[in-house]
Design a protein around this ligand. Sequence first.
Ligand SMILES: [Fe+2]
Length: 125
Amino acid sequence: MLSLYSCPVCNKIILVVQDGKGELVCCNKPMIRLEEKTADAGKEKHLPVIEKVAGGIKVKVGAVPHPMEKEHYIRWVEVIGDTFLFTQTFTPGNAPEKVFVVPPGGHVQKVRALCNVHGLWAAKP
Ligand SMILES: [Fe+2]
């Protein structure tokens, strides 16, 4: 659920809200599922760091700030909860951090960050 796929030709990225059996195709090529990394070289710059704050969470990417240059940056952060999905997009030059308000009684399941060079990373609170 909430899988991300990219096109190997045009770099289109899509979010699948519910998985199914059919193959996803773009530019006449099978789309590639973006696997969530939780540990790898460079994890200190990519794993979302989640801090509880009043009314929600503060997310930073990562423990060592990730570069935010035109050729290499964090495209977005997603907060996935039991009844919600929040996304914050970034552009080069932005700091890759954001405070997200969590609904009362809501439970954050995981936070994902997408680097345009190093792929998808996920952390749990
Ligand atoms: Fe990166």
